[in-house]
Design a protein around this ligand. Structure first.
Ligand code: HEC
Length: 180
């Protein structure tokens, strides 16, 4: 069963003619990628590492993208691998780094295939993540984060998604030289 989105027709115009068939399936798959990634961003902002793991695993196990030319398969595999990393990230900081780097994996394919966004309604860190994904100024600004260029912005988003430690760290035990 395919979800029929009203924007399919709009996006289809920008799509390669050879990809016309089964376009709605690819769309659904891509929209799932975005949903899963945004779910992870949301969960991370809420400090819910379990939900981050669930979203990462969903990203890792997406179905086949039909009719994707072979040369682009490694790019998709990279997205899934990063999803798997998010699915088992040891802490929020690791998940934040993976989620921000994931944008580069998504972008490498979108840029190569000249895919552009049709826009989204989002706020906060989700808008910032989407802004980074599509390098969309308007979307990025909605996130309210600083950053001169996209690389600085990626760092700003990673920091925003990495929670400050709740408790002051335990003082380190004085280091004793190992006994010979
Ligand atoms: C292997 C290539 C490839 C990778 C990797 C990829 N995409 Fe896509 N993406 C496409 C293509 C091609 C389209 C055009 C529409 C279609 O065929 O689904 C697209 C379209 C989209 C769209 C629809 C456009 C819009 O504005 O709604 C979204 C959302 C999207 N991708 C999100 C993502 C996200 C998020 C990631 C990374 C987690 C990702 N994509 C990774 C190839 C890719």
């Amino acid at each position: 069963m395919h979800r029929t989105l009203p924007l399919i027709a709009l996006a289809a115009v920008a799509c390669w003619p050879r990809w016309e068939r089964e376009f709605d399936e690819r769309w659904t798959e891509m929209a799932d990628h975005e949903d899963d990634a945004l779910a992870a961003v949301r969960a991370l902002a809420a400090g819910d590492l379990d939900a981050v793991h669930t979203a990462g695993k969903a990203l890792a196990r997406e179905d086949e993208v039909k009719q994707l030319p072979d040369e682009f398969r490694p790019l998709l595999a990279a997205v899934r691998e990063r999803g798997a990393n998010i699915g088992e990230a040891a802490d929020a900081g690791t998940a934040a780094k993976e989620l921000v780097t994931l944008v580069d994996n998504c972008r490498s394919c979108h840029v190569a295939l000249k895919v552009d966004t049709v826009g989204r309604e989002a706020t906060g860190v989700e808008a910032a993540w989407l802004g980074l994904l599509w390098q969309d100024e308007t979307e990025w600004k909605k996130g309210g984060l600083e950053g001169e260029d996209w690389s600085a912005r990626a760092t700003a988003l990673e920091q925003a998604l990495t929670p400050a430690p709740a408790e002051p760290a335990e003082p380190e035990a004085p280091s004793v030289p190992p006994e010979e």
